[in-house]
Design a protein around this ligand. Sequence first.
Ligand SMILES: Nc1nc2c(ncn2[C@@H]2O[C@H](COP(=O)(O)OP(=O)(O)OP(=O)(O)O)[C@@H](O)[C@H]2O)c(=O)[nH]1
Ligand SMILES: [Mg+2]
Length: 335
Amino acid sequence: MQRFVDDVTFTIRSGHGGAGSVSFRRERYVPRGGPDGGNGGRGGDVVVRVRRNLKTLAHLTGHTAFSAENGRPGEGRKRHGRDGSAWYLEVPPGAAIHDAETGELLADITEEVDDFVLISGGRGGKGNTHFKSSTHRTPRFAQPGEPGEERRITVELRLIADIGFVGLPNAGKSSLLRVLTAAHPKVGNYPFTTKIPNLGVMRYHDHDVILADIPGIIEGAAEGAGLGHRFLRHISRTAVLALLIDVTEEHPDAVFATLLHELSAFDSELAQKRRIVVGTKCDLDPDGEYLQRLAAACGGEQVIGVSAAARSGLDAVIAQFGRMVVDLPSGEADG
Ligand SMILES: Nc1nc2c(ncn2[C@@H]2O[C@H](COP(=O)(O)OP(=O)(O)OP(=O)(O)O)[C@@H](O)[C@H]2O)c(=O)[nH]1
Ligand SMILES: [Mg+2]
């Protein structure tokens, strides 16, 4: 599959250590108390956390920098400053983190691993209490906190779609992608409006489901007709296929057969993938007759109707897509 790469570049900063405190005990009847300045807190780390339910880097876009918290300064009465909290860089498996300036690979996350520190926070400075000795009873100095680190990084992610849209030109694939996701592929009432695949992210509960809209395929696509065949490989790694068929098609059985034929001619495994038939443009089918005819034409397939134009049936499509990809990722008891 072509690599749809998503990448974002931003600066990360770990927290500065808090300064140590210079302070002396002040008590009644003790005119010159000893030093009691506490240590500064540690600066927060930048920690990488791998989260399997993330599929994109959308949560990281639109920011120029992310910072962990600074450590708090120490205070009198030997009170230590609070440590700064970490900032968690949440990434999905498959993400690679590079130094944006040098290109150096800092982390290649292939699977779910435990949290790890990418850059550490600065140490807190020692308070003046620490410097008290028999020869130096009233140190009037403390350590500053150590500075944190700053780094510009690029996080890169190869996206693999979960669901690939397959259908004849004009079936309404791009229109459906537009209403299910924030993607804005071009829609046109002529064939082959879509020339390159579009990806969109659909939310299902707190999961991202990636949908791929590919150019329409026509009879002979697998042998090179139209634009479709070059793009069939884009869906070769998706878990599920959605076969989009215009419910007003006069011969839905022939359309369904063509789609299946092209899929298997391209790669027999494509025809074995889990799939769902989506009847599109149901606004043109107020009585549901066409949808019934489509369901009959597709034999025992799962069929669901939707209208991108009227935005009807979307919840059912989202629920069904989510069920197939998120709830039943390997297809157990599906169908
Ligand atoms: N009535 C109606 N028309 C629709 C609906 N969805 C799409 N259309 C129309 O169908 C035509 C094709 O829509 P697209 O979304 O571009 O179809 P596509 O499958 O992406 O087409 P290609 O990219 O050419 O393969 C456009 O004129 C759309 O306005 C729908 O729900 N109802
Ligand atoms: Mg299109």
